[in-house]
Design a protein around this ligand. Structure first.
Ligand code: ADP
Ligand code: ZN
Length: 728
């Protein structure tokens, strides 16, 4: 259907809403008519709901019985291309159309009634009474700089009633204003001179630029610091020169202050930003600007894929291997794969950038489906860090200590030279386990099949599954004996304690996502570290991601064996990627770097592969293993998660499905399970998992649909299908 399809008043239209009805409903076009794709308000029973004009009505219903569309919203219509993408993505991920619409529009702030579009931001006055609630509001505003919020959003973020905000507005401490109407974004200048590229970089950039204007996927692989960002910014420049829009997806967008500054330096203006830290008023503006073609470049988190770009020519997925691209709640999808799908609908180019690509992308490149460009050397004088294992069996470690004498020596050495050292431990909190020394009880979460993790800075026990926390009890919850609860094992906070003991004069920074109230606070700390404001940086996974710390020359991995436990077939790949990413933090500037991996099994093939640096050999071995097991990326896989308040019905449904596998057998698929899911209970809901494995070309979704349709799932039970699961 052509884009500019118009329905005159009284014509039958079908409208898709986000209500769980399953299919679009028929209405009559309103007075003044409406476009295909228009956002409209329609009556549904006694209510009014928002929907999208999805097509022509099917004529089956008596026109006299149809109700007219109530009004057309002042929002650019959803274009054909985006609707097709949502449909296709819904088929792939086995998601209903209403759920897809909800996913694509939920964070846009589009549907607020027009009257509520007043925004609230920091004012010049002072509140006459400084209450706790008022302070909370002012803190949210302060943490977000000059950003303006809608009333309900601000109240919710601050955890106060809207009246508190109104009160502040009266006093002048908060300013109330009409939302400025859709200011376009400043123009980026693609012709500003970029950095002078090295020969390797120049070749890579030219190859990417040659690919603009048509659909195609390129894996841009290069060690950390090789200049991948510089190179793909050239592809962005070329895209902009052709008058098309570009999207750069980042995994941890909240940490991208440095990245935005680089874009601004390259193009002379800031791009549009899209992530959870951006206010709804701003997101609403960006949504419209994307539709009108008035924003050239958007830097965003995975949901930026659903922005209604008018003329999208390029999608860059940076750190494409990152697991946070997989959305694990609601609609289960991998933004990297969906970026490729989206691009295929608008003749856009896709660049997947990584120092440690996913095996999926590596295999697609090896099979010739994706182009591949390698940047072999780090830019300029900087060299890749040397990597060595510290054999922990040969170190003398005191009890409740985790830093080996060898590593202590290396850290001291760096500090004495005025350089920085980083200690990496992928565990938040103080200690992963709290045990009662009297009865052996381990404190677990009341709602999850998970241990409570002590967070000493917060003085609480926290469940990392559901987020529930409680004060650390004086006595054991099981036997009641007091004073016998003991932390077992290290988390970053405990490591910080050891660091303080061993390096009493060093300035220490701890980077762990839970220690920062806001993204802004984290950004500030990162900037301080980059300036040299710390000697030792202790961090969890967040330090593995693209920060430039020029003085950092040593990375010590406290427990390189951590990720190798468990039966997940992806464990080797993940550990390999994480260790190489972390090590890549060292030696970014002129000073060479070293990475030291503490391990009790340095002869383990994965540890050896990490140390040897022979990546292709590692990928080939990993690929052979997966091929032999017929699992992704060489076979297809789906996870089926049954969850509900009681365990018994879940197994009943699972067993029933296991008895009726005819639709699966027809495509040669195999079923494993039902079995308790890797985390068998979360937020009070039990979880049972099944895995379905099929050959690469098999029509998996159709078979799954026919298979699950055979059983009736009661309301209390949720059946979720996870195509291409992260763990198997
Ligand atoms: P990657 O994305 O591969 O980690 P970057 O693009 O971030 O690499 O480059 C690493 C560092 O080297 C950055 O500080 C970048 O500005 C610098 N750099 C890379 N290429 C060049 C170049 N051609 N000229 C000047 N500086 C460069
Ligand atoms: Zn929990």
């Amino acid at each position: 259907m052509p884009d500019e399809c118009w329905f005159a008043e009284g014509a039958r239209v079908s409208v898709l809403t986000a209500e769980p009805i399953g299919r679009p409903l028929d209405y009559l076009a309103p007075e003044g008519g409406c476009f295909l794709g228009a956002f409209v308000e329609v009556p549904l029973g006694p209510r009014r709901v928002v929907g999208v004009v999805w097509g022509a009505g099917d004529g089956r219903f008596d026109a006299a019985k149809l109700r007219p569309v109530a009004r057309v919203l002042d929002v650019p219509p959803m274009r054909d291309e985006l609707r097709s993408f949502l449909l296709r993505m819904g088929e792939y991920t086995m998601t209903s159309r209403p759920a897809m619409l909800r996913l694509a529009t939920r964070t846009t702030g589009l549907f607020d009634p027009p009257g509520s579009r007043r925004i609230y931001r920091i004012g010049s006055g002072a509140p006459e009474r400084e209450t706790e609630a008022r302070a909370k509001v002012l803190k949210v505003l302060h943490d977000h700089g000059g950003a303006g919020f809608y009333l309900s959003e601000l109240a919710q973020l601050a955890g106060v009633t809207p009246q508190v905000v109104k009160g502040l507005a009266k006093s002048g401490a908060v300013e109330e204003a009409e939302q400025p109407r859709d200011l376009p974004f400043p123009r980026l200048d693609a012709d500003l001179p970029g950095k002078t590229l090295s020969e390797d970089q120049g070749r890579a950039a030219a190859q990417l630029c040659a690919g603009t204007g048509a659909f195609g996927v390129t894996l841009l692989k290069g060690v950390t610091g090789s200049g991948k960002t510089e190179v793909y910014l050239e592809a962005v420049a070329e895209c902009l020169r052709r008058g098309r829009q570009a999207l750069v997806l980042l995994p941890e967008i909240a940490l991208s202050a440095e990245f935005l500054a680089r874009v601004e330096a390259r193009f002379g203006a800031r791009p549009g930003e899209w992530h959870s830290g951006v206010t709804q008023a701003e997101r609403r503006r960006l949504w419209r600007m994307a539709a009108q073609g008035d924003v050239q470049l958007v830097v965003g988190a995975r949901s930026a894929l659903f922005l209604p770009f008018r003329n999208l020519g390029l999608i860059v997925v940076d750190e494409e291997h990152d697991t946070s691209y997989k959305q694990e709640e609601g609609v289960l999808y991998n933004a990297r794969d969906m970026a490729v799908l989206r691009a295929s609908f608008c003749d856009a180019q896709v660049v997947l950038a990584s120092a440690t690509p996913s095996l999926e992308s590596w295999a697609n490149a090896a099979a010739g489906k994706y182009a591949r460009i390698d940047l072999h050397a780090r830019f300029g004088a900087s060299e890749l860090p040397q990597m060595h294992a510290i054999d922990m069996r040969e170190e003398r470690i005191e009890s409740v200590h985790w830093i080996s004498p060898t590593l202590v020596g290396a850290v001291l050495d760096r500090i004495s030279r005025g350089e920085q050292a980083m200690l990496f431990l992928n565990r938040r909190g103080y200690a992963p386990v709290t045990i009662c020394r009297a009865c052996g009880h381990q404190i677990g979460c009341d709602h999850c099949d998970a241990r409570m993790v002590e967070h000493r800075f917060l003085n609480r026990l926290v469940c990392h599954q559901c987020g529930e926390s409680k004060p650390i009890p004086a006595g054991c919850p099981s036997c009641g004996v007091e004073g016998k609860l003991a932390p077992i094992g290290p988390g970053v906070e405990r490591l910080a304690e050891e660091v303080a003991e061993r390096f009493p004069n060093a300035r220490v920074a701890v980077l762990s996502s839970d220690l920062f109230g806001t993204a802004r606070a984290l950004k500030e700390t990162i900037a301080e570290i980059a300036e040299g404001g710390a000697d030792i940086i202790i961090g969890t996974q967040i330090v593995a991601k693209g920060h430039n710390f020029p003085k950092l020359t040593l990375v010590g991995v406290i427990d390189a064996d951590l990720g190798l436990q468990g039966s997940d077939l992806r464990a080797a790949e993940r550990t390999f990627q994480l260790m190489r990413q972390v090590a890549g933090r060292a030696g970014r500037a002129e000073r060479p770097g070293v990475a030291l991996l503490q391990s009790y099994q340095p002869e383990h093939p994965v540890i050896r592969a990490i140390l040897s640096g022979d990546e292709e050999a590692f990928w080939k071995a990993e690929a052979a293993e997966r091929r032999a097991q017929n699992v992704p990326p060489y076979g297809r896989m789906a996870g089926i998660i049954l969850s509900g308040p009681e365990l018994q019905p879940l197994f009943e449904i699972g067993n029933e499905l296991a008895r009726r596998t005819e639709p699966l057998r027809r495509i040669g698929a195999q079923l494993f399970g039902p079995a308790p899911a890797p985390i068998a209970r979360v937020r009070g809901r039990h979880r049972v998992r099944m895995l379905v494995k099929a050959d690469k070309g098999a029509p998996l979704q159709a078979a799954l649909r026919a298979w699950v349709r055979q059983v009736k799932v009661p309301n209390a039970v949720r059946l979720a299908i996870d195509i291409d699961p992260q763990s198997f």
